[in-house]
Design a binder for this molecule. Sequence first.
Ligand code: G3I
Length: 332
Amino acid sequence: ATTLRAAAAQAGLFFGAAAGPGRVNAFFSSEFGQLTPENDMKPDAIANANGTLRNTGNADTLVNFAQSNNMLVRGHTMVWYSQAGQLQGANQSTLNTYIGNALLRWGNKVAYWDVVNEALADNNAGTRRSQWPHTLDRDANGDGDYFDATDTDYIRDSFTRAKQVVQQNGLSTKLCINDYDVEGLTVQGGGRNRKADALYDIVRAYGQGSNRLIDCVGFQSHFNDNPNSIITDDLQANIQRFADLGVEVQLTELDIDDDLSNNDIGQGQAENYRKVVRACLNVTRCTGITVWGIADSESWRASERGLLFTGSNGNYQKKAAYTAVLEELNKG
Ligand code: G3I
């Protein structure tokens, strides 16, 4: 196949990109089979303080574009400590109202929703201190779990509400938890990735079996162009252990810095992309990959040249990384 979309479909997964309304066009839908609104479904864009929706025009445009082009949509995101907008400090009851409204606004037009984003703290600290209440024990009792049944937890409460709305309305939307620095089993330089372990504990607690609250796990996958930062077996093994819990895994915000100091004209970056794509392809329940934008110049980390195209504004040129991803997808 000659596009990422078609090659991925043949391999049994989706390949998508994050975008705003100004970036979706015939090029986008030919190259990508899935769309994540980069900013237009965040609470700061569409939530009122009482949990109702406002200004959904951009989000509607993106969802309608995806619909007319047979693309999947990942809703991003409902409950996030950052960019909470008018939901900053909202109580669980208001969060629940918002979750219901967001789910019902687009229904099955949204295949995956990031219900909770970036709930985990960096530096082995378990869950992140945020505006929402939880008393997750940070393994205070030394039982090896960050979670105990008695803990107060906005994560569980938010997924409980989302699942209730899905079931009561017969939706097929899958409910995901999404985070960064959870991709590898170990961290760069060695040692256990405790953040990944904390996420695993959440999913194990809430995501197994037919009564599970969590259907899917997003590894954001903002990587560096240091070969050591992507350890193929490690990434694949970590994807696999989540998949073994019965949830889908997706790489949801993929970009990989191009280390300019090595003057390798993007070859190291291309090889890193290849490894990441291969790790997902090798796990059956790794069902999709989304790059966090189209062209380097339009990326949130533009100076690091982490994406698959150069150029801008619809005039895009493929990088070595693009060719590597396409080749790898075509191997299946
Ligand atoms: O649209 C306004 C514009 O009107 C205004 O003039 C300008 C001035 O700063 O800001 C523009 O909004 C910016 C928006 O991106 C659109 O460009 C916001 O300030 C800026 O904060 C926002 O950054 C986004 C960031 O999330 C925060 O929401 C990035 O585009 C987006 O790529 C980034 O995505 C996050 C994921 O949601 C979660 N994981 C990490 C990832 C990267 O940070």
